[in-house]
Design a binder for this molecule. Structure first.
Ligand code: NAD
Ligand code: TYD
Length: 366
């Protein structure tokens, strides 16, 4: 039986992870530590609350005393670190929060685990610090370049990617210097339920439902490698259960799409969904999709500065060593995702708070 501390467990991937873990290992204790920033939402884990195997703690990863206290009090043996500022566009407008949370906050967690696990428990228990990172640390690829492997040199281009790269280096240094048992995963773009609607896929789905423009940056030919969020969670599970301490693993979907093609695909699927009377009634504003013309909402807008052209993950190592293979195909995963947003209007309306609308208004002149 394990005792997990999951930072950022009220965010998109973190909340999917704790739900995944509860189903896979119902006897494990799972404690979520989350500051509930604009991207965190307690409703994301509401279905898990009330169990004596689950605890939600509202707190900041920068609070080292709190983290040490949780490690001691609940005898945590596994820390899975998701908490981060995660939106590239926000990192361009205001990098400070990214430096604070992603670098200084990650360092606080490393200091806390070093203190409790190595100094106080003198390294006698089997413990693991798993750091959840991104493929964005590797920079950008040309059209013919081979996908990123675990040995691709780091070349981050946005403040977000640079802050994640810094934290990866700190995690590695704590293993090399102090012997902290760590693992790192670098994953490609995730999609699925509970994805905050400032990110491309949920933004497009929810904007179609409100008949708002669909902002596509630049020429829309930038490529991302999309993975269904539950597959990412399974990849982390395989890493945690393996004995490959000190190693990095790439996780990806082998599923490259140009942004404009994703947007067009979602338009097509939303046009299709809106032929159903139930959805026509539920979403009366979705007039373009109801007419079968959602793509008319596409609006090409000014490109993101320093926009990485292409990401692609080579997950051969993770497949060969851990047997990782994505279970969800993109064809099924994107349909499931659309269905989730159609069925959970209250969730996405609630997260589209004043702050969200203000943010969107600063972004586009459409
Ligand atoms: P998210 O923005 O949806 O969630 C982040 C969570 O962290 C939120 O619940 C937020 O409240 C919490 N948080 C932020 N600052 C905190 C702080 N100082 N203390 C405690 N909690 C804090 O992000 P996400 O998309 O779920 O990403 C989770 C992790 O996965 C991040 O580390 C991100 O870099 C990484 N990642 C994301 C993707 C992706 O496609 N979304 C891909 C690869 C890796
Ligand atoms: P995003 O979901 O922000 O993830 P990331 O930047 O971490 O890859 O964006 C995915 C891609 O979609 C990225 O190339 C930027 C682009 N994009 C748009 O074209 N329009 C949008 O409104 C957003 C949010 C993103």
């Amino acid at each position: 039986m394990s005792k997990l501390l999951v930072t950022g467990g009220a965010g998109f991937i973190g909340s999917n992870f704790v739900r995944y873990w509860r189903a896979a290992y119902p006897d494990d204790l799972v404690i979520v530590l989350d500051a509930l920033t604009y991207a965190g939402n307690r409703a994301n884990v509401a279905d898990l609350e009330g169990s004596d195997k689950f605890l939600f703690v509202q707190g900041n990863i920068l609070d080292q005393t709190l983290v040490e206290d949780l490690l001691r009090r609940y005898e945590i043996d596994t820390l899975v670190h998701f908490a981060a500022e995660s939106h590239v566009d926000r990192s361009i407008l205001g990098p400070d929060a990214f430096i604070e949370t992603n670098i200084v906050g990650s360092h606080c967690l490393l200091k806390a685990t070093r203190q409790v696990w190595l100094e106080e428990w003198t390294g006698k228990r089997t413990v693991r610090f798993h750091h959840v990172s991104t493929d964005e640390v590797y920079g950008t690829l040309g059209p013919e370049d081979p996908p990123f492997t675990e040995t691709t040199p780091y070349a981050p281009n946005s403040p977000y990617a640079a802050s994640k790269a810094s934290s990866d280096h700190l995690v590695r240094a704590y293993m090399e210097t102090y012997g902290l048992p760590v693992t790192i995963s670098n994953c490609s773009n995730n999609y699925g339920p509970y994805h905050f609607p400032e990110k491309l896929i949920p933004l497009v789905i929810t904007n179609i439902l409100d008949d708002r423009p669909l902002p596509v940056y630049g020429d829309g030919l930038q490529i991302r490698d999309w993975l269904y969020v539950e597959d990412h969670c399974r990849g982390i599970d395989l890493i945690l259960k393996s004995d490959r301490v000190g190693e990095c693993f790439n996780i990806g979907g082998n599923n490259e799409w140009a942004n404009i093609d994703i947007v067009r695909l979602i338009c097509e699927l939303m046009n299709e969904a809106m032929q159903d009377e139930i959805y026509r009634e539920a979403f009366p504003k979705a007039l373009s999709a109801q007419r079968g013309e959602a793509e008319r909402l596409i609006a090409f807008v000014t490109d993101r500065p320093g926009h990485d052209r292409r990401y692609a993950i080579d997950a051969t190592k993770t497949k060969m060593i851990l047997g990782f293979m994505p279970k969800e195909s993109f064809a099924t995963g994107i349909r499931k995702t659309i269905q989730w947003y159609l069925a959970n209007e209250t969730w996405w309306r609630d997260v589209q708070t004043g702050e969200y609308r203000q943010w969107i208004a600063t972004q586009y002149d459409i």
